[in-house]
Design a binder for this molecule. Structure first.
Ligand SMILES: Cc1ncc(COP(=O)(O)O)c(C=O)c1O
Length: 409
């Protein structure tokens, strides 16, 4: 009897699960959907995905693959056709030479990164992450028994990691440094000389592996040119995992294809992890990704023209609001404004806005606009606005944010 009682009381979940928080962006996305289902007029600027549909030629490639019977298991680490397309992409766009056994295809960029940490982290290993960061980096590190080491980046420095701060954060236990350019949530992207200063620090620390998350590579505006670490500093090639995917550039978030190029032993370890979890990514999505990488690329410039226009509009509109400061980032489809000037003010119902989370809840409840609070990305008091929405929707959202901010006393 006693045994039964004890067993019922024991937690069902593993200790490692108590270390992580569920993704706040996914939770907010759910809250926006819930309020909409209740009939409220909510503008959601929460999602991390383009509002454009997957190009037709890519969809057709998926249909053709299904008709041709490509509906079976594939090689765990990706079909030969997709690996060849990825090899050619790295060569063409990044000047990086990877052989087929240096490439892995996984179920989205997120899965690539998870596999990398799972394959390499031992308890106590440190992973340096610049804040503001994509919400999943620290949580994935924790799930894999590692220790996230967060390095705050100043808004004045465009939310970019400085070489000095990076150098100070490196210890003998540092296993990885994560670089994400353009960044989610800040949109910050590194200029060649900024990246060079970082890579110089990394060259001096040969025990550190480098993970570059280049998923927003093509989403850069004006005359910004994208660069990645292994390209800027060939000495890092042997210990850099260059992560990318089709989700953002090709408007394929639902297809779940990410990939990476890197050192053979690491890629082999990642494939071993994957072989016991998902096996291969979906065969049909892989066929679609081949067409994405090898097919016409002209729609990217068209999409980017829309993103660039929206960036101007949102930065301008939010920057005019008293109490909000909005930096203009180089890329992705996010802005990360400060709401410092509104902290301490009172809502019309008398509640105090004490944090960025309070401000975001207020915007959702009073203005019907869903954005994400900065603390979720490790930096307060800021909030992230995704401008992957139509010009009209963005205009309406900015007006609502302006009105709600004005209504604070
Ligand atoms: C910085 C960053 N890396 C990786 C990913 C994951 O992309 P995927 O949808 O391919 O898993 C995202 C998606 O939001 C992201 O913002």
């Amino acid at each position: 009897m006693l045994m039964t009682v004890e067993r019922t009381k024991a937690p069902r979940t593993a200790e490692r699960l108590s270390r992580v928080k569920p993704s706040p962006t996914v939770a907010l996305f759910g809250r926006v959907a819930q309020l909409r289902a209740q009939g409220q007029n909510i503008i959601g600027l929460v999602a991390g995905e383009p509002d454009f549909d997957t190009p037709e030629n890519i969809k057709e490639a998926a249909v053709a693959a299904m008709r041709a019977g490509q509906t079976k298991y594939t090689a765990v680490d990706g079909t030969p056709a997709l690996k060849e397309a990825i090899r050619a992409k790295f060569k063409r766009e990044n000047g990086l030479d990877y052989a087929a056994d240096q490439i892995i295809v996984s179920v989205g960029g997120k899965h690539v990164i998870y596999n990398a940490f799972m394959a390499t982290l031992s308890p106590g290993d440190e992973v340096i992450i610049a804040a503001p960061y994509w919400v999943s980096y620290p949580e994935m590190v924790l799930l894999c028994d590692g220790v996230p080491v967060i390095v705050p980046c100043r808004a004045k420095a465009g939310f970019k990691l400085s070489a000095e701060d990076l150098e100070r954060a490196i210890t003998p236990k540092t296993k990885w440094v994560v670089l994400n350019s353009p960044s989610n949530p800040s949109g910050a992207a590194y200029l060649p000389d900024e990246l060079k200063r970082i890579t110089e620090v990394l060259v001096r620390n040969p025990h550190v592996l480098v993970l570059t998350d280049d998923i927003y590579e093509h989403l850069v505006y004006g005359n910004f040119t994208f660069n990645t670490a292994a390209q800027i500093e060939p000495e890092l090639y042997d210990r850099t995992l260059t992560v990318n995917g089709v989700s953002k550039t090709y408007c394929m978030t639902g297809w779940r294809i990410g990939y990476a190029g890197g050192p053979r032993d690491l890629v082999k370890g990642m494939a071993a992890v994957q072989s016991h979890s998902t096996t291969n990514p979906t065969s049909i999505s892989q066929a679609a990704a081949v067409e994405a990488l090898n097919g016409p690329q002209d729609f990217i410039a068209k999409n980017n023209a829309a993103f660039a226009r929206r960036r101007e509009m949102v930065v301008d509109a939010l920057g005019r609001i008293e109490g909000i400061e909005c930096h203009k980032p180089e890329g992705a489809f996010y802005v990360f404004p400060s709401c410092q000037g509104l902290i301490g003010r009172k809502r019309p119902d008398g509640q105090i806005i004490a944090s960025d989370e309070d401000f975001v809840i207020y915007l959702l409840e009073k203005a019907g606009v869903g954005v994400v609070f900065g603390a979720a990305f490790g930096m307060s008091p800021y909030f992230r606005v995704s401008y992957a929405a139509s010009d009209d929707v963005l205009r309406d959202a900015c007006n609502r944010i302006a009105q709600a901010s004005h209504d604070l006393s």
